[in-house]
Design a protein around this ligand. Structure first.
Ligand code: ZN
Ligand code: ZN
Length: 263
């Protein structure tokens, strides 16, 4: 519903050699909205699966892609906000699925209670308005309403003067957030690579990193850091796995990233 196909389809058509049709009429907002009018109760992977199933039922297509984004503090490091994008391809004919997820610190994700014009100007500037959308959350007694798709900063100024304070949040819908669109495109590149990677044992496509194991040793004190020691690669169909040590090419970690040397 939010134009993500513009970031995904060209990558897959170029890189994987598939021809994509876009299911424009599906109401994927039914699985939850960022602003919470419809709560997001499913995990991103489960929500993407439901979207694929809906598309499969409605269109009869047997190779279906869906995407899910989520925003919040970095899942391991915390502190700073990240954009976590997930892409899932479900093959209904062979009953397999391939998914990739990509975490990027490149996001404008933010919200703030604005009380004066200088704070308003700062928020709009930091969010990249007007190329990036900004939403006003209006809390009424019994319901919450959202003003979306505001194109003119004068409207924010008028509302602020009227109400005395405004709750603003960044619009994370892809078509109002070019920064997110770029992260979705990067995720599509990762998916394309994975779709082209065949299992060395059974040749089914989708071989790739299943999970990463932290514990790269510090070059100074030798203790385990939170950096990745090895990736465990797996097949989506058979039980074949491989362990790839030192994925960044370094056998030790800089003491700067060591919790003992640099607490
Ligand atoms: Zn150390
Ligand atoms: Zn295999």
């Amino acid at each position: 519903m939010h134009g993500k196909e513009r970031a995904i389809i060209p990558v897959l058509e170029r890189s994987v050699g598939v021809r994509c049709n876009f299911a424009a009429h599906l109401n994927t907002d039914a699985f939850g909205t960022f602003t919470g009018e419809i709560p997001r109760v499913l995990s991103p992977l489960e929500a993407a699966r439901r979207k694929c199933e809906l598309c499969h039922l409605e269109t009869g297509a047997d190779l279906v892609l869906a995407s899910e984004g989520s925003f919040g503090p970095h899942p391991i490091v915390g502190f700073f906000p990240v954009d976590q994008e997930l892409l899932l391809v479900k093959d209904f004919r062979n009953e397999t699925e391939i998914h990739v997820s990509h975490i990027s610190g490149a996001t404008n994700f933010a919200s703030a209670e604005i009380k004066d014009e200088s704070a308003l100007n700062d928020f709009l500037l930091n969010c990249g308005f007007p190329s990036h959308g900004v939403i006003v959350r209006m809390n009424h007694e019994h319901e919450t309403k959202f003003l979306k798709d505001i194109a003119d900063r004068e409207i924010f100024r008028k509302l602020l003067n009227e109400k005395g304070s405004l709750h603003l949040e960044t619009d994370m819908r892809a078509f109002r957030n070019p920064t997110r669109m770029t992260v979705i495109q990067q995720t599509a590149e990762l998916l394309a690579e994975r779709m082209k990677s065949l299992c060395p044992s059974c040749s089914v496509p989708g071989f790739g990193v299943n999970y990463a194991v932290p514990g790269l040793h510090c070059s100074s004190c030798g203790s385990e850091t939170r950096s990745i020691l090895k990736n465990v690669l797996g097949c989506i169909s058979c039980s074949y796995t491989e362990e790839h040590y030192y994925p960044k090419g370094k056998k030790t970690e800089d003491p700067m990233y060591c919790d003992i040397c640099n607490p």
